[in-house]
Design a protein around this ligand. Sequence first.
Ligand code: 6GU
Length: 222
Amino acid sequence: MRIDIITVLPELLKSPFNHSIIKRAKEKKIVEIYLHNLRDFSTNKYKQVDDYQFGGGSGMVLMIEPIFKIIEKLTNERQYDEIIYTTPDGEKLSQKTSNILSSKKNLIILCGHYKGIDHRIREHLITREISIGDYVLTGGELAAAVITDSIVRLIPGAISDETSALSDSFQDNLLAPPVYTRPREFNNWTVPDVLLSGHQKKIDNWREEQSIERTKKLRPDL
Ligand code: 6GU
């Protein structure tokens, strides 16, 4: 998979993709992630990428030309499955959407910006608009990092233990069961006996019961 991220703050996105599973997925050539600085595509001698909105009002709006230029350049080079825009008024990200996106070959993610982007970009170039929840972030960069993380970890081979991603919370609309590790006892706080029983069938049943119970209690909406 190839992900191209368009942003006015590429520095903000460097660190999230250089650790842990995403870093390893890049090293294993399972994913390529490219950060594009929108400012490099400014048509303006001051490298300006935003401007006042027509009709007045506070807040700057990302201009059409630099965004058009970078998207045009990328789409001339290869076919993209989706051109995603991160915005609080988009469809709310779900595990289902992440699963679907994880099977794509080429994605563009355009990071939203304070007051937004010239709406003509959304009307003519964007194929999918995604929000990561009902709260407002300063910009779309953190949302792009969340979306990328949730997609990349689902690509086969990204997680060494293949079954691990499948047993995540939400993957079957259930929350994951509790997990424990050594020591067996700490401060008189113990680990459920069944997990130490060595009886795999009983352990599997216990985990399933816990998943169902926790989902009912914590996320009955699921
Ligand atoms: Cl995608 N962008 C911004 N700016 N705020 C958000 C968001 C996205 N999703 C939730 N809040």
